[in-house]
Ligand binder design. Sequence first.
Ligand SMILES: NC(=O)c1ccc[n+]([C@@H]2O[C@H](COP(=O)([O-])OP(=O)(O)OC[C@H]3O[C@@H](n4cnc5c(N)ncnc54)[C@H](O)[C@@H]3O)[C@@H](O)[C@H]2O)c1
Length: 348
Amino acid sequence: MFKNIYKNKKVFLTGHTGFKGSWLNLWLRELNAEVYGYSLEPNTNPSLYNILGLNNGCFGDILDENKLQRAMNDFKPDIIFHLAAQPLVRYSYSEPLLTYKTNVIGTLNVLEAARKCDTVQAFVNITTDKCYENKEQNYAYKEDDAMGGYDMYSSSKACVEIMSSSYRRSFLENGFLLATARAGNVIGGGDWAQDRLVPDCVRSINQNIPIEIRNPIAIRPWQLVLEPLFGYLMLGQKLLEGKREFAQGFNFGPNEDSILTVQDVAKKVCINYQKGEVIVGEKSSLHEANLLMLNNQKAKDLLGWKPAYSADIAIEKTVSWYKKYYNSENMLDYSIEQIKEYMEKQGL
Ligand SMILES: NC(=O)c1ccc[n+]([C@@H]2O[C@H](COP(=O)([O-])OP(=O)(O)OC[C@H]3O[C@@H](n4cnc5c(N)ncnc54)[C@H](O)[C@@H]3O)[C@@H](O)[C@H]2O)c1
């Protein structure tokens, strides 16, 4: 399993209290890694971090350079997975400064702390599919397409990509290996963020109110959270093995059959829940991309990564997680079961 590369490895994980970070934290624990998390306290209630009882690391701000450096120096990591971010498009319209400070300056702080910490060998920097200049065309973005972004979240992540590339060339010739990872629209159990489709559906279904969607025909690449995390772990493995050719950007998007409209996904959530109704609300005045697709060929060819599940299965597994949660089942056990099932499906 990942050739046991993560066994006893010291992993510094930012964003460990968030949705994707909690899943990665749990998965790394299953791989016998020693994980130290560095993030703000969970900002949703419920929170996956609390549900899974993942009490490792500390609560800290990536904008607090001194605390961050101390935490990293004390822990002496082999590898860093950097997921901490302000990740919401709509929130970035009301909080542009916070979004840029967190995503751009915060990431630079994590890179700088890593550069001043001699033990670090590898750094996987998590950005997004939204980092590309979106031409709203029937086209799946490739890794060397132009960076851009209409809204402040997307452009902040494009800046992180450009910054990572320049950082690699300026400082890392003899330093740690740095790669960036761009995933699609991630779904899975335990996300309660505002203004995200599946959490919005789950909230509405549980309150017995219709699910109101703003942009029904917007097209996105949907995938289960474990798919990109598998890509991050594979990328981390290559960097830990010292393979310099992997120190670059990778897309971890789903296959074409998982590129669906917002309306389709909301309806499929209701079908799986056997409950809920979808209505189309007033279109938001805030711009959000209508068409977004990622080309995943490079990750397949170079890393040997591939998606295990279609969007339909991803939705089924996500809804099953929430149903069990609201049925007061043991979510730590069920989340581990989903990870094990996924690894089996990937032949690990
Ligand atoms: N969820 C998706 O669909 C998706 C898709 C593509 C990329 N991403 C990226 O994946 C990463 C994780 O996203 P998520 O969905 O888990 O988001 P999330 O909001 O659930 O988690 C964000 C994490 O960042 C931490 N954080 C925020 N500001 C911080 C600060 N100033 N200092 C320290 N920690 C801070 C939070 O405490 C939390 O742990 C982000 O970089 C996001 O941009 C997410």
